[in-house]
Design a binder for this molecule. Structure first.
Ligand SMILES: *[C@@H]1O[C@H](CO)[C@@H](O)[C@H](O)[C@H]1NC(C)=O
Ligand SMILES: *[C@@H]1O[C@H](CO)[C@@H](O)[C@H](O)[C@H]1NC(C)=O
Ligand SMILES: *[C@@H]1O[C@H](CO)[C@@H](O)[C@H](O)[C@H]1NC(C)=O
Length: 143
């Protein structure tokens, strides 16, 4: 029983690692204009069976007047909340991993300066029906 449990935990950790998403756009330090639309490109290197995508949330918070709170303590402004269906571009001359481009609006009233764009991935591990949450972020410069 104990053995099975720890093996399960190991599989879970491995699955979780393989499922990590990568924010490829915007790039770290990129300038974004308040009130404009930008593309957020989220890549998911591998699709594992037994891992059911529930939702993806793209959020934003200003860090202009201090350090940004950890995402787990609050996402602040939600720019997108919905399905995540990454696909390989077609044609795919650059051999990109499956990804999805989201067009999101940077709030016009957002404070200028450093801000954090966050991506939260929520999935369900079907074997154990455990909820799995992953946070990724990129720092941008609001102009
Ligand atoms: C941003 O995108 C939305 C939806 O596509 C569009 O209605 C809006 O005009 C765009 N805003 C700007 C500033 O381009
Ligand atoms: C952003 O991601 C980095 C690297 O994973 C992490 O160290 C940092 O705590 C994250 N920031 C927030 C506000 O969650
Ligand atoms: C998303 O946009 C990037 C940058 O323009 C592009 O390289 C990529 O192929 C696009 N992804 C898809 C699935 O079309």
């Amino acid at each position: 029983m104990k053995l099975t449990q720890s093996f399960g935990a190991l599989l879970f950790a491995a699955a979780a690692l393989a499922q990590n998403v990568i924010i490829t756009l915007p790039t770290e330090g990129q300038s974004v204009t308040a009130g404009s639309n930008i593309t957020v490109d989220v890549e998911r290197p591998e699709q594992l069976t037994g891992f059911d995508q529930v939702a993806l949330i793209i959020s934003m918070t200003s860090c202009a007047s201090g350090a940004c709170l950890p995402m787990a303590e609050g996402l602040d402004i939600i720019l997108y909340n919905g399905a995540f269906n990454p696909v390989e571009p077609n044609p795919n001359p650059a051999h990109q991993q499956p990804n999805q481009n989201f067009t999101v609006a940077i709030p016009a009233a957002l404070q200028k300066g450093e801000a954090l764009i966050g991506v939260t991935q929520i999935a369900l591990v079907s074997a154990s029906l455990a909820l799995w949450v992953e946070y990724q972020n990129v720092t941008v410069n609001v102009v």
